[in-house]
Design a protein around this ligand. Structure first.
Ligand SMILES: [Zn+2]
Length: 263
């Protein structure tokens, strides 16, 4: 077999990631409305104008159209090319990290699912069950193809991830009588645990809670009028999961070093 020049692989991965990113935009837009993500075909959200193929090329069409709908001239959200760019970029990075391996394919899909969850949670404060719930058995099934993780690690990850957040949510409700953490976060961490294994769960909780607290405190300082303004936790869980995916071993060593310092 002749080796393909590396730039073709890069380009192929970026373009595939960007095309899937285009589909993720449809998911982000339609899932919270309970609509089908496969039909009808893509249309302008303002005027319903059906997109021609050349109006639907990831990133390129946004630039060609000058960020405006061809029909109604209404501005197209920057979210569309941004999601396509981010998804394309991470498909390349995941390939660089994991190479020609089933792990690359699995982690690309895992990344895309987390990207959709993140944007939907930021916009609507919900984590859709249609992603997190099937994600749990999907993660367990993936463990049979992934290197360095057994099916037991995966099942234990789902139970530990879901279980810890369930206890946190229950404890918060028990002591304050208010609902703090949503059920969506519980199911999301169960899915993350299924894909990354139980060893990832403490790290993901640690880093998401750390980043969430920093952002929460900043929000309270700059948002004095509205103290109950909620910061969605899903994006931090997703971000910590991706951090762990790329730097898992380093991350674990780092916090073990801190815990055992001068021991
Ligand atoms: Zn339009």
């Amino acid at each position: 077999m002749t080796e393909l020049p590396e730039w073709i692989t890069w380009l192929f991965l970026f373009f595939t990631g960007a095309c899937i990113g285009s589909f993720l935009n449809v998911c982000i837009f339609r899932i919270p409305q309970g609509k089908s993500v496969v039909s009808p075909p893509s249309a302008c959200p303002s005027c319903g104008h059906r997109l021609e193929w050349w109006e639907n090329i990831p990133v390129v069409s946004y630039l060609l159209l000058g960020a405006k709908c061809k029909n109604c001239k209404k501005e197209i959200s920057i979210q569309y090319p941004l999601i396509e760019l981010i998804n394309g970029l991470f498909y390349m990075l995941i390939w660089v990290k994991f190479g020609y391996n089933p792990a690359t394919l699995i982690y690309c899909l895992f990344f895309s699912a987390l990207l959709v969850v993140t944007v939907i949670d930021l916009r609507h404060y919900i984590i859709p069950d249609v992603i997190s719930l099937p994600g749990i058995p999907a993660g367990v099934a993936a463990s049979f193809l992934l290197p360095g993780i057994t099916w037991f690690d995966s099942v234990a990850g789902a139970v530990l991830g879901g279980g810890i957040l369930f206890l946190v949510a229950w404890g918060y409700y028990f002591f304050t009588g208010r609902e703090g953490m949503g059920g969506g976060d519980i199911k999301l961490l169960a899915m993350i645990g299924a894909f990354l294994g139980w060893k990832a769960v403490p790290a993901v909780i640690f880093f998401s809670a750390l980043a969430g607290s920093v952002v929460g405190i900043i929000t309270i300082i700059f948002n004095k009028k509205d103290r109950h303004f909620a910061v969605p936790y899903g994006p931090f869980l997703a971000g910590a999961a991706i951090l762990y995916l790329f730097y898992g071993r380093e991350v674990i060593n780092w916090y073990l070093d801190i815990l055992t310092v001068q021991a």
